[in-house]
Ligand binder design. Structure first.
Ligand SMILES: Cc1cc2nc3c(=O)[nH]c(=O)nc-3n(C[C@H](O)[C@H](O)[C@H](O)COP(=O)(O)O)c2cc1C
Length: 334
């Protein structure tokens, strides 16, 4: 969980005997190396290193123009709500391609590599596998699952519409739609690779349902948002705990890709307007706005990602949250 998951969360997940996942998003080579090393320093078990795999859209004149107008729209919106912030101009935006992250993962000998937003190119698959890596790709449609399988990806994470955070869809402009139950069951019928399910899991019965539909592994996201190892600030955790079901929406206004999280002043003002650039430009543009909002503890302008299963977001360690889930499963009659 980029922005929320930490090396400490990875270590805590491993204490419960589960596989921790280290979010590297679209960080540069150097940052990836630093975070991987910080994680290795506090874990003894293997962990999954997770990256965003996408190709950056070309910077056309039209996009540059849209960037300029979006930038001034967002600065004005923020100012109206007491947030004085200067957003970056397009020339100062740096986008690290995922291939440099692949270099970092190979240099650091990462043996489990998971990814979302798209599929790795054949050369990256070859290089990572030559280095002994097990690859986990994310799908949000049956078609994407088949593409991952055909590319030799070892395990497939099936992400249901319920999931918190960004949709792993390969086609970012599409409004995501298929529900987790329909998706998992059909992917299981059509692909041979072992499946991990992600989306809405919060107790033994939801995990058992995913197992019945064909999952061999279970990915837990939102349940860990309030944990002691979560990088969310206290005001964000408090906001989450107050959330009602209708507060959880899909929005592309923060990053240019659809993600599930809490609605707020920002999403109400920007969703469904022309002021949404393609990923990663929107994401880079709104980054300093979200940082300024965090500094002021202003929940109206931060992106708090969360899935559809409101779960109380326990304020205990990741180890205890996961151990309690495992205990529930072990005690379950099925
Ligand atoms: C705050 C947050 C950040 C996330 N960041 C990532 C990420 O960096 N990489 C990724 O593959 N998935 C990411 N996800 C999606 C999760 O991997 C997973 O699909 C989702 O959390 C499962 O649904 P749940 O939130 O209902 O448990 C994120 C989810 C959340 C809630």
């Amino acid at each position: 969980m980029f922005g929320v998951g930490t090396p400490a969360m990875v270590a805590a997940a491993e204490k419960a005997g589960t596989l921790g996942s280290l979010p590297l998003g679209d960080l540069t080579y150097e940052k990836c190396v630093d975070i991987i090393r910080a994680t290795k320093a506090i874990t003894t078990q293997p962990f999954a290193a997770n990256i965003f795999v996408y190709d950056t859209p070309a910077l056309t004149d039209e996009l540059k123009h849209q960037y300029k107008t979006t930038r001034s729209f967002l600065e004005q919106l923020a100012a109206q709500h007491g947030l004085e912030v200067t957003l970056p101009d397009i020339e100062s935006i740096k986008v690290a391609g995922y291939r440099e992250q692949v270099d970092a993962l190979i240099a650091e000998n990462c043996r489990i590599v998971s990814f979302t937003f798209g599929n790795l190119d054949a050369e990256s698959v070859r290089r990572l596998k030559q280095n002994g890596a097990c690859l986990i790709g994310t799908c949000t449609t049956i078609e994407e699952a088949l593409i991952l399988e055909q590319s030799g990806i070892d395990l497939i994470c099936v992400q249901g519409i319920e999931a918190g955070g960004h949709r792993g869809t390969f086609t970012p402009g599409d409004i995501p739609s298929i529900g987790g139950m329909s998706l998992l069951s059909q992917v299981f019928d059509k692909v041979k690779r072992p499946l991990i399910y992600a989306g809405g899991l919060y107790d033994a019965k939801t995990i058992l349902a995913a197992r019945t539909l064909g999952a061999k592994g279970f990915q837990i996201g939102s349940m860990l948002l309030g944990s002691t190892e979560s990088a969310l600030q206290d005001f964000e955790k408090q906001r989450l705990r107050q959330a009602q079901e209708r507060d959880i929406i899909l929005t592309n206004s923060f990053s240019g890709r659809y993600a599930r999280g809490l609605r707020n002043i920002y999403t109400a003002a920007v969703d469904n307007t022309p002021h949404i650039l393609p990923y990663p430009y929107q994401n880079k543009l709104t980054g300093p706005l979200r940082t300024a909002a965090k500094a002021k503890q202003n929940a109206g302008f931060v992106s708090i990602w969360a899935g559809q299963s409101l779960n109380g977001y326990p304020a205990i360690s990741t180890t205890d949250i996961l151990q309690q889930l495992i205990d529930q499963l072990n005690q379950s009659p099925v």
